[in-house]
Design a binder for this molecule. Structure first.
Ligand code: HEM
Length: 517
């Protein structure tokens, strides 16, 4: 993560190896290197995208330097798109934790790594996620976003149920026509509706903007992320030229962004009014209505929708690979774990569906949807969260991993589930860079698993791994053959445990339930 110039280690470092750090450990030169300026970053870019791929890119460099997991490398996209490609990669769970300390890293402008998109894509000013925690605007905006996320938790399960129902009605219909259905295409449309309904209520984008809504959103995301994508244009030399050489001109997406902004101005009007009122009444938050609006667009489409668009295909991928045995266990839990109502609630999942919860965390551990974290210090999450020194069979999908008897052991593991740019046991605050949507995201992972196996007994899918999200195609789906059986959980034993789906700590209640009816 840190660039060479700022981390202090230089080629003449050998003599420093005799020196000791403030904690008394020997200071060693960081292995790896940056090669010949301009040419080596170009070569590394080709390795990363096409000749090796991201996983082999790091693995070969780790092997070349005797297994070192703290390494100097050139990080793509490099020349013309990023000013300085030189980073130090922290590729193990222990070293990367240093970087979760916001006092030690400067995160300003590092959201997309070494590439910084034009602020004209966001109405002229960089939104919250680009600001360092020490920036005074960060605390002001983060306060508002935390309050939005907390106040809308109640809407997550109903909004997800509605979007999931419409999405899988459409999936079932497509099956009747073609015999196989790409999940990503449906997910891209319906998760945009879900995200906006969960965050603001009101008419979803597919109604208010029209069938074009998700295309506009994805286009705007592409203008920000094209230097990091690959495998979308064929042949690859053409893609390299189009996506990895110069930035796509912002004016070509200005109209789409304008339409999205107009939608949020309407659908979030009550939230914006409320904020304006607080300011008039002398509240402590000097964020203008316009700045807040652009931040809401970014939060909804980049932070939230962009995340769900990547997370759910990964989750379905692991479920597909795990096969019918796991599906049957999940179906039993999802159908028998409800409470009183004919719907899945977050509280019922939390209390009665340990396997559903574990699968959600496990997918987030193995595939943090935001794969790379940068600061002026840099970390690569997949390697860090697949560290054998922390997790048994770290590279494997172990559905039961988090179904453990001891809460201490679960907490120990959750401290290393860090997809949210912080530990799963920590929380987003004004003074840190942790995702304020963390509880919402964990809730969505759980709801997806529970809803899927209430509707279907099992399914089969093919998976093609791609740099941003895997493409998952359903090949067969078997409708549920048993109905949910609601358990009236009588609660006889109460323990206070950590839970990430409800705010902070919650009562986990062990019940001795009996079946209704
Ligand atoms: C699967 C979905 C999501 C994923 C994977 C995700 C992941 C992340 C990550 C990794 C960061 C830190 C970025 C960085 O500083 O490098 C972040 C920040 C952020 N996320 Fe999320 N997020 C998701 C959903 C959400 C949702 C639903 C919300 C809205 C409630 C949200 C709001 C934000 C905001 C506002 C920030 C900036 C925080 C700050 O700068 O302090 N995210 N998210």
């Amino acid at each position: 993560m840190t660039t060479s110039s700022s981390n202090g280690a230089t080629p003449g470092d050998e003599h420093k190896s005799q020196k000791l750090s403030p904690s008394g450990l020997p200071i060693r030169a960081i292995p790896g290197g940056y090669g010949v300026p301009f040419l080596s970053p170009l070569r590394d870019r080709l390795d990363y995208y096409y000749l090796q791929g991201p996983e082999a890119f790091f693995r070969t460099r780790i092997a070349r330097h005797g297994g070192a997991t703290v390494l100097r490398v050139n990080m793509p996209p490099g020349p013309f798109l990023a000013r300085d490609p030189r980073v130090v990669a922290l590729l193990d769970a222990r070293s990367f934790r240093v970087l979760l300390d916001d006092a030690k890293v400067d995160k300003s402008g590092t959201l997309d790594g070494t590439f910084v998109p034009s602020p004209s894509l966001f109405g002229g000013r960089f939104p919250l996620a680009f600001l360092d925690a020490a920036d005074p605007r960060h605390a002001q905006l983060k306060r508002v976003m935390i309050s939005l996320a907390v106040s809308r938790m109640h809407a997550v399960a109903p909004a997800f149920r509605a979007a999931f129902g419409t999405m899988f009605d459409a999936v079932d219909d497509s099956f009747a026509v073609s015999g196989k259905v790409e999940f990503n295409a449906h997910n891209a449309v319906h998760m945009l509706d879900f995200t906006c309904a969960a965050l603001f209520g009101g008419a979803p984008p597919s109604k208010a903007i029209g069938a074009d809504a998700s295309r506009k959103a994805v286009k705007w995301l592409a203008w920000q992320l094209h230097p990091l994508a690959s495998g979308v244009v064929k042949p690859w030399p053409l893609e390299h030229l189009l996506l990895h050489t110069v930035r796509l001109p912002p004016f070509l997406v200005a109209r789409d962004y304008g339409d999205l902004t107009a939608y949020f101005a309407a659908v979030a009007a009550a939230f914006l009014d409320d904020h304006a009122k607080k300011q008039q009444s002398g509240g402590p938050n000097p964020v203008s209505r316009e700045e807040l609006l652009h931040n809401l667009v970014f939060l909804a489409i980049f932070n939230a929708y962009g995340g769900f668009k990547i997370m759910l295909p990964h989750l379905v991928k692991w479920l597909a690979r795990a096969g019918p045995g796991l599906h049957a266990r999940l179906a039993a839990e999802a159908r028998n774990g409800g409470e009183d109502d004919d719907v899945v609630t977050l509280a019922a999942i939390d209390r009665n569906m340990p396997l559903v919860k574990s699968v959600g965390w496990e997918a987030l551990r193995l595939n943090p949807p935001v794969e790379f974290q940068y600061g002026r210090a840099w970390e690569d999450l997949p390697f860090a969260t697949r560290d054998d020194r922390v997790f048994r069979r770290a590279g494997e999908f172990v559905p039961d991993r988090f179904v453990v008897a001891g809460e201490d052991e679960r907490r120990r593991m959750l401290e290393h589930v860090v997809w949210s740019n912080g530990a799963e046991t920590a929380e987003a605050k004004e003074g840190n860079k942790q995702c304020p949507g963390k509880d919402m995201v964990v809730a969505v992972a759980r709801l997806m698993v529970a809803e899927l196996f209430r509707r279907y007994d099992t399914f089969d899918a093919t998976v093609v791994e791609m740099p941003l999200e895997p493409v998952v195609t359903f090949m067969s789906m078997t409708k549920a053959t048993t109905k949910p059986q609601f358990v009236n959980h009588q609660h006889d034993e109460v323990a206070v445990l950590f839970c990430s789906c409800e705010p902070r700590a919650s009562l986990i209640i062990r019940g001795t339930g009996h079946r209704k009816g």
